[in-house]
Design a protein around this ligand. Structure first.
Ligand SMILES: Nc1nc2c(c(=O)[nH]1)N[C@H]1C(S)=C(S)[C@@H](COP(=O)(O)O)O[C@H]1N2
Ligand SMILES: [Mo]
Length: 359
């Protein structure tokens, strides 16, 4: 794979699309455990809705005893919690797929970690009182429009996704702060969902409606887009994407970088998984022939990435070296060597070699 030379930068981020707006963090700019809001990738499907917080209401409805609406001021009065959490777009790393596939051509930077502050969704669900048959919660954003995809519904469509009741009650946040400040418009102002451990399409921005239901939700972004082929008795079924897959990424050095020969070079990156923690990140500097354990930094935090580093003693002679990182988690899961094509254009976590010039 080759570094792209002609990347257009907007305020330090790689422009992947103007309308809808898609911006990627150059991953070699990794700042530390937390990603600054101004560096954080942006993924939108429709124009960013402009919502005044005084005019915003969140409705909780469907299979509940008491449907209600809550405004911004009232939401901020409820008990809140703050957690660091990694958001990764399900299409992160797509530009490395061979053969090429459709979709935003993300490199390494459609991922970031921020501190999110919000009200546990369970508090709102308890207030509404879910009926006994409730099985899922649909989260709907205020953004929408018409799509050209012949498989999309004709007319207006809103961005919406569902999560099972157990997950909704467990750790989902109705968030109004990112890294200690009000959400920025592009990140979902005034309020977004934060669904820990799941690919970021579930973390609905510009949240305006929570619909409790006893039926599996089969909306466009649930079953046609953001779905993959899962085999049951060898029959492929379109299955909504859910949890992030275990992955390590190398931030520094970056693809094509020149590093000094016969020197100590610090290789740095991040690794994450869902539902467990990262227990090991290995690094190969010889294209996968031999592997070294790297140092995991800091403490593990649920559903947030872990920084790692390795002090690489570079060879004395000038040559191209291939670096590969490989993460393993506490559930014994590790990254596949080969791409599973049933995953379509999503869930890209097979091993990704990068080439570095030793000079
Ligand atoms: N309402 C709404 N929510 C959304 C989206 C969207 O287009 N509309 N995009 C989703 C996708 S695919 C991703 S990767 C994340 C991106 O969040 P960010 O822009 O804050 O990084 O938001 C998710 N939530
Ligand atoms: Mo995404």
């Amino acid at each position: 794979m080759k570094a792209e030379d002609s990347q257009k930068l907007i305020a330090g981020k790689i422009l992947r699309g103007e309308s809808p707006l898609n911006l990627e963090m150059p991953f070699e700019k990794l700042e530390g455990f937390l990603t600054l809001t101004e560096s954080f990738y942006v993924r939108t499907h429709f124009p960013i809705p402009s919502i005044h917080k005084d005019a915003w209401w969140l409705r909780v409805e469907g299979d509940v005893e008491n449907s209600f609406a809550i405004n911004y001021e009232q939401l901020l009065e409820l008990a809140s919690t703050t957690i660091p959490m990694t958001l990764e777009c399900a299409g992160n790393n797509r530009s490395f797929l061979e053969p090429k596939v459709k979709g935003v051509q993300w490199g390494l930077g459609a991922v970031g970690t921020a501190e999110w502050t919000g009200v546990p969704l369970s508090i709102l669900l308890d207030r509404a009182g879910m009926k006994a048959n409730a099985s899922e919660v649909i989260l709907e954003g205020a953004d929408g429009g018409m799509l050209e995809d012949p498989k999309s519904p004709p007319g207006q469509l809103k961005f919406a996704r569902s999560i099972p009741i157990e997950k909704a009650r467990a750790d989902v946040l109705v968030a109004y702060k990112m890294n200690g400040s009000d959400l920025a418009p592009q990140h979902g102002f005034p309020v977004r969902a934060i669904v820990p451990g799941w690919y970021a399409m579930a973390s609905i921005k510009w949240l305006q409606r929570i619909i409790v239901t006893d039926q599996p939700f089969t909306g466009y972004y649930q079953t046609i887009d953001y779905a993959y082929w899962k085999r049951r008795a060898e029959v492929a079924e379109l299955t909504p994407l859910t949890e992030m897959q275990v992955k390590a990424q190398i931030a520094k050095p970056a693809e094509g970088d020149v590093v000094p020969a016969n020197s100590g070079v610090r290789v740095q990156g991040t690794a994450w998984t869902s539902n467990g923690e990262i227990t090991k990140v290995e690094l190969s500097t010889d294209g996968g022939s031999t592997w070294n354990d790297t140092n995991l930094l800091g403490e593990p935090k649920p559903n947030a990435w872990r920084l790692w580093e390795f002090n690489w003693q570079t060879p004395a002679a000038a040559r191209t070296q291939t670096l590969i990182a490989r993460a393993t988690d506490s559930l014994g899961r590790t990254q596949p060597v080969e791409r599973d094509r049933d995953r379509g254009t999503y869930m890209i976590n097979h091993l990704l070699p990068i080439e570095v010039e030793v000079r």
